[in-house]
Design a protein around this ligand. Structure first.
Ligand code: UTP
Length: 408
C-alpha cells in the first residue's frame, strides 16, 4: 500500500491522524505502518456508533440444568463414559489465553501471574495441575491447544519452555494466535501505540475456532480423531479441565455441547444466565434481564434463570465446523488502552479511556443446536482472577484455593 492509498483509506474512516508522525519515520517504519494500515479492518469502527447492530432478542425461555443431585447419582456412570472418550483420544482441551488482562494490570500474560504466598504458584501452573489430575486418572495426556495473541504469544511460549510446561508433555501442546482489531478512543478515533504503529488489541474470545481453522489445526483435529473440545478461560484457577464426569454427561446427553454452570447466589446476581432464545441455547446477560425474567419461577418454585455460565464449555467438533463461518456480533468494550498522545508521549491510563472490539464465546452458544447446562459447585470450581483485589481477584481466588486444600 502506498502513502496515498493509505491516506485515502484512512480519510474514508476519519482516521488520517494515524499518519501524523509519518514524515519523521525511517523508511522501514513507514513501510511497516502502511502494511499495518493495509491489514486493518477499519470498517469495524462503525460499531462505536451502533453498538447493538440492530440486533434484537428472540423469545427467552428457561433451559433446565442437570443439577447436582442427578450428577451425584450418576457420577460413576458419567465418569467412566468420560474417561473412555478421553482414553480413546476423542477429547482435547483449548485454553483461551489471548486476552490482555488489563484489569489485573500486569504487563505479562495473565498465565504468568504468581498467586503463591509462600512459594511461586503461577496461574498456568494451577491450570496444568488441574488438567494433570485428569490425565493421570485416564493414563493418557490430552492434546492441549493454547490460544494466544500477537501481544502475548512469545512470552507465553517462552514461559512454558522455562518451566518445562509444568510437567505436561510438550509434544501434546500446540499454540495458535488469534486475530487483532484496532483500539480507539470513545469517539472511534483509533489510537497510535507508537509513532509507527496503530493500537490493536485481541478481537475477543469468540473467534477461537475460526483462529484454529486459520492456523490449519482442523487437519490436526481430524487426523487425531478429536471429537470434543473443552474450552476454558485462563483466569479460573480452580477450573476442572476435561472433567470426565462433565465429558461423559455431555456425550450421553446427545447434545452438541455442554456448559458448566453455577447456581446464582441470589436472583439479581450479575452473571449471564443460560436460557433458550427462540428455542436455541443462549445466555441472557444480567443487564438484559427484564423484571419479568428476574421474577420468573420454574415448576419447583425456584428462579427460572438460576444458572450462570463460567466459560467452561465442551463443544462437539462437528458442530463447531457447522457454525464456524457464522458472523458473530461485535461488542464494543470499554478498556484501559496504552497509547501515545498528540505529541507522541506515552499514556498509561489508570481507568478505561477507550474502546476495543470483541467477539464473545457467549454469542457462539447462540449458534448451537443444543446444549447441556451442567451444574458445578461454585466454591470448588470457580475462582476467576480479574482484578488485583476485591471481587474476582487474586485475593478471593487465593482464599478459595486455600479452602480447597491447595498449598500456596
Ligand atoms: P476477559 O473477558 O477477562 O478479558 O477474558 P481479558 O482481556 O483477559 O481481561 P480484561 O478485561 O482486559 O481485564 C476471559 C477469557 O477470554 C480470554 C482471556 O484470556 C480469558 O481467558 N480472551 C479474552 C482471549 O483469549 N482473547 C481475547 O481477545 C479476550
Amino acid at each position: 500500500m502506498t502513502y496515498e492509498q493509505a491516506r485515502t483509506e484512512l480519510e474514508q474512516y476519519g482516521q488520517e491522524h494515524l499518519l501524523r508522525f509519518y514524515g519523521e519515520l525511517s523508511e522501514a517504519q513507514q513501510e511497516a505502518l502502511l502494511a499495518q494500515i493495509d491489514a486493518t479492518d477499519f470498517s469495524i469502527l462503525r460499531y462505536v456508533k451502533d453498538p447493538h447492530q440492530g440486533l434484537s432478542f428472540g423469545k427467552i425461555t428457561p433451559l433446565g440444568a442437570m443439577e447436582l443431585p442427578e450428577i451425584e447419582a450418576r457420577r460413576e456412570e458419567f465418569t467412566q463414559a468420560g474417561l473412555e472418550a478421553i482414553r480413546a483420544g476423542k477429547v482435547a482441551a483449548v485454553l483461551l489465553a489471548g486476552g490482555m488482562g488489563t484489569r489485573l494490570g500486569s504487563s505479562d500474560p495473565k498465565c504468568m501471574y504468581d498467586i503463591g504466598i509462600t512459594h511461586p504458584v503461577y496461574i498456568m501452573q494451577r491450570l496444568i495441575e488441574n488438567l494433570t489430575e485428569v490425565t493421570d486418572l485416564a493414563g493418557v495426556p490430552v492434546p492441549l491447544f493454547i490460544m494466544t495473541s500477537e501481544k502475548n504469544n512469545d512470552k507465553t511460549v517462552q514461559f512454558m519452555k522455562e518451566h518445562e510446561c509444568f510437567g505436561y508433555p510438550a509434544d501434546r501442546i500446540r499454540y495458535f494466535i488469534q486475530e487483532m482489531a484496532p483500539a480507539a478512543d470513545p469517539d472511534g478515533r483509533v489510537y497510535l501505540e507508537a509513532r509507527d504503529r496503530i493500537c490493536t488489541s485481541p478481537n475477543g474470545n469468540g473467534g477461537w475456532f475460526q483462529s484454529m481453522k486459520k492456523a490449519g489445526l482442523l487437519d490436526v483435529l481430524h487426523a487425531e480423531g478429536i471429537e470434543w473440545l473443552n474450552i476454558f478461560a485462563v483466569d479460573n484457577v480452580l477450573q476442572r479441565i476435561c472433567d470426565p464426569c462433565f465429558v461423559g454427561a455431555t456425550i450421553q446427553s446427545g447434545c452438541a455441547a455442554g456448559a458448566k454452570v453455577v447456581r446464582k447466589a441470589f436472583r439479581e446476581e450479575k452473571v449471564g444466565a443460560i436460557c433458550l432464545e427462540d428455542g436455541r441455547p443462549s445466555v441472557v446477560e444480567y443487564y438484559d434481564m427484564t423484571p419479568e425474567l428476574l421474577a420468573a419461577n420454574n415448576e419447583k418454585g425456584e428462579p427460572a434463570y438460576n444458572f450462570g455460565v463460567i466459560m467452561n464449555y465442551l463443544f462437539r467438533e462437528s458442530e463447531l465446523e457447522r457454525i464456524v463461518d457464522e458472523i458473530l456480533p461485535v461488542h464494543v468494550v470499554e478498556k484501559k488502552i496504552d497509547h501515545i498522545d498528540q505529541n507522541g508521549d506515552p499514556v498509561h491510563p489508570e481507568a478505561p479511556c477507550g474502546v476495543k472490539f470483541e467477539q464473545l464465546v457467549v454469542d457462539m452458544v447462540r449458534e448451537l443446536s443444543t446444549c447441556l447446562p451442567f451444574e458445578v459447585v461454585r466454591e470448588k470450581e470457580f475462582a476467576p482472577i480479574k482484578n488485583p483485589t476485591g471481587v474476582d481477584s487474586v485475593e478471593s481466588a487465593r482464599a478459595l484455593c486455600l479452602k480447597n486444600g491447595i498449598v500456596l
